[in-house]
Design a protein. Structure first.
Length: 209
């Protein structure tokens, strides 16, 4: 069963408060999302495998650890997920970046792919799917479906805030995908928005309405 990790790190919680604030402008909002993504990436990569090497220090030869070369892929869900990519790349600059674009059918409300571009070696990578919000869960479920049907087997999902309803939908659909959340909010309202939430993450990142 999928594990749901809700971060309680003081720096993440402090920055998330400013992200929620309606008075936070586009520039600061973008910088804060970037910073929180970096802090979350530090935790989400805790289980990356290591290998021992020898290194020459100024004093003597020593045995020490380096990353074992596991390939990482970052996949933002367009468009708001783009705001979290640079923060992760700050820590893992060698990661490849794919993109998944989805639109919601106005009648059925079901998400559909309109754009998918991934690294060529999908089956060999550990993917981190990112989106600032996990609300109803439908878009996140479909994004992971897109990865799986192209051969991905090792996937994590990372978001800033989530609603309990969306987490349940996602983990029921993908019990093999762990979820990493900066904050679990109270609920969804009647319009499918997270409460208390942070508004529309895409609009706040890119200055649109």
């Amino acid at each position: 069963m999928a594990k749901v990790h809700v971060f309680d790190h003081p720096l993440i919680q402090h920055k998330l408060t400013h992200i929620r604030d309606i008075n936070t402008g586009t520039k600061e909002f973008r910088e804060l999302v970037d910073e929180v993504a970096t802090l979350m990436a530090y935790e989400i990569t805790r289980d990356l495998p290591l290998q021992e090497v020898e290194v020459e220090t100024p004093v003597q030869t020593a045995k020490s650890n380096v990353l074992a070369g596991k390939k990482i892929g970052i996949v933002p869900i367009l468009r708001a997920g783009i705001g979290m990519v640079e923060g992760i790349l700050n820590l893992i600059p060698a990661a490849k970046v794919g993109h998944i674009g989805l639109f919601r059918d106005p009648e059925t409300l079901q998400p559909h792919e309109y754009f998918v571009k991934l690294p060529s070696d999908v089956s060999e990578r550990e993917f981190i799917v990112v989106d600032p919000m996990l609300a109803t869960g439908g878009t996140a479920v479909e994004a992971v479906n897109s990865l799986k049907k192209r051969g991905a087997t090792n996937i994590k999902f990372m978001c800033l805030i989530a609603a309990p309803e969306g987490v349940k939908v996602f983990t029921d659909a993908h019990p093999d995908v762990d979820v990493f959340i900066a904050a679990m909010d109270e609920k969804l309202n009647d319009h499918g928005y997270i409460v208390p939430g942070l508004g529309d993450a895409g609009d706040r990142l890119f200055g649109t309405k």
